[in-house]
Design a protein around this ligand. Structure first.
Ligand code: XUL
Length: 540
């Protein structure tokens, strides 16, 4: 039976899933994960990110991702699987991050010595040693400049799927070209994390897929081509530095001689890599419209498939290309798992005692509301971090635990309204989706059934399923997406968490009060004290 490998290079870790699939006989044959900070401490990252005095900047060393890939391929090589059956590989990566390569990269990649570790052969290929990542929020000036040059935020959103966002690649490239013109001039190719890792596997500059390219603010969403107006407004001479864009199921090369010799692997097809959210769309089985997924990971995201690109004119969300050739709507929050961990650690809790604390307070938390902006927030846009608490202080453990979970779920529900989807069921994924107490709050806030999935890492699973789909397509077999995801990405019926109607009624009231607190914290609305009082009186 053929094997299909999916890799996921996320903010904090690299994971791999190998699927064995032949017709209806399918199983996960191998799964492995490595945490960057622990496995590769010499890069001195914290949660995968380089330390910085400025909370607005966030970067990671691209060499770390390359070395992690080498370590993971070694693990796969030693897995005991019959790897001569490896038919195709695809991958998922954190979105928006950019990797700057000089003209030495192409010859260096073509001449890698399989007897030597990868990272020690890549030292000279970068025109910038760090890669700005999706957590960076330091480019507001560049966002304004790009929007002005293309005719405004609506024009940019209409064409590329998003208004200008600080973390998107265009603003990051513009900032680099302004602050380090020599470094920019020495840059021959700018990859996203996804196409950089695909490039390492194939040994030549691999194209991007439309899903990840739509996280740059540079791609014409309808044409799946770079949009010249945005490219020219971003930085001089950028067009020739960008990779090609290929369909998500395209074969972008075969595994290079380096990997084949080093780990005795076959010349497997490499299918275009994509972003973690487009891959998760497949890995959560959302290949049809009408359902949404919520991913509770380093970032919290809410997303769903769209047949037509309905762009968000409130400026909150994004429309990306989907691996199925359709589109996906997405809203992203930066204060995800790290905010949950901040509260857990502040009170010295385990995840079990965190759940117990959640159980000691009622839905609505007696009208205590938190905006958990420990870090600068993406949705809504908050550039100066700060946690806002309404009706309680930082010392009450039980109140803080419920407030962080309810605050995050309220924000997910409020800021996904633009997608205009009637949500009756949610597929939950990401690390915190293992916690059923958190998922019950999600079910009650959204008033929807919440399901867990059998494979927790939906991005790595989605990448493996994309390898399966693309590998078959390369052999002339066009398997419909429903069939591709069948068995692997289906929600577990037994995991269903139905909403409780009385709790949902509390949250229907609270969401408006939450929106008032958010407006106040952003300096755009009056003090919500009176509204909180009314809520407390009617909800205990
Ligand atoms: C999506 C986003 C994050 C990263 C995290 O727009 O910025 O979800 O993809 O890996």
């Amino acid at each position: 039976m053929p094997l299909y490998l999916g890799l996921d290079s996320s903010t904090q870790s690299l994971s791999a899933i190998v699927l064995e699939a032949d017709g209806d006989r399918r199983r996960v044959a191998f799964e492995s994960s490595l945490q960057f900070d622990e496995a590769l401490p010499h890069y001195r990252t914290t949660h995968g990110v380089l330390p910085s005095d400025d909370p607005a900047t966030a970067a990671s060393p691209p060499l770390l991702w390359a070395e992690a890939l080498d370590v993971m391929m070694a693990r796969i090589g030693q897995s005991g699987l019959d790897l001569s059956r490896l038919a195709a590989i695809s991958g998922s990566a954190q979105q928006h991050g950019s990797v700057y390569l000089n003209a030495r990269a192409a010859p260096a990649l073509a001449a890698l010595d399989p007897s030597r570790p990868l990272a020690e052969q890549l030292g000279g290929i970068f025109s910038r040693n760090v890669a700005p990542i999706w957590m960076d929020s330091s480019t507001s000036a560049e966002c304004a400049e790009i929007e002005a040059a293309v005719g405004g935020d609506r024009a940019l959103a209409q064409r590329t799927g998003s208004r200008a966002f600080e973390r998107f690649t265009a603003a990051q490239i513009r900032k680099f070209s302004k602050t380090n013109p020599a470094g920019y001039a020495a840059t021959d190719r700018i990859h996203l994390v996804s196409s950089f890792l695909a490039t390492l596997l194939t040994g030549w500059h691999a194209p991007l897929d439309p899903g990840d390219a739509s996280g740059t603010n540079l791609m014409d969403l309808a044409a799946c081509q770079w949009w010249p107006a945005a490219v020219d407004s971003t930085a001089g001479g950028l067009a020739i530095k960008l990779p090609a864009i290929a369909p998500a199921s395209a074969v972008v090369g075969t595994l290079s001689d380096y990997w084949r010799t080093r780990y005795r692997l076959p010349p497997a097809n490499v299918i275009a890599w994509s972003g973690d959210n487009p891959c998760s769309l497949v890995g959560t089985g959302l290949v049809r419209e009408g359902r949404i997924a919520v991913s509770l990971g380093t970032s919290d995201t809410v997303f769903g498939l769209m047949r037509e690109p309905r762009v968000d004119h409130t400026g909150t969300g994004h429309v990306f290309g989907a691996p199925t050739g359709d589109y996906m709507g997405l809203t992203c929050f930066k204060n995800g798992s790290l905010a949950r961990e901040r509260i857990r650690d502040a009170f010295g809790l385990s995840w079990d005692s965190f759940s117990e604390a959640l159980g000691r307070t009622p839905p609505g938390n007696h009208g205590r509301v938190m905006l958990p902006w420990f870090e600068p927030e993406i949705t809504p846009s908050v550039l100066t971090p700060g946690v806002h608490r309404y009706g309680f202080g930082p010392d009450d453990a039980d109140a803080n635990v419920r407030a962080v979970i309810e605050g995050q779920q309220m924000a997910l529900a409020l800021h996904s309204r633009w997608m205009n989807v009637t949500v009756d069921s949610i597929h939950a994924t990401g690390g915190a989706a293992a916690n059923r107490d958190i998922l019950q709050v999600m079910a009650d806030v959204f008033g929807a059934d919440v399901y867990q999935l059998q494979v927790g890492n939906s991005a790595a699973l989605g990448a493996a399923l994309r390898a399966f789909h693309g590998g078959l397509a390369a052999e002339g077999v066009a398997m419909p997406w429903d069939e591709v995801v069948k068995d692997f990405a289906e929600p577990l019926a037994a995991s269903r968490l139905p909403p409780d109607s009385s709790r949902h009624a509390v949250y229907r009231d609270l969401i408006d009060v939450y929106a008032a607190c958010e407006a106040h914290a952003l300096g755009r609305g009056p003090d919500p004290a009176a509204r909180l009082d009314v809520f407390r009186k009617s909800n205990g």
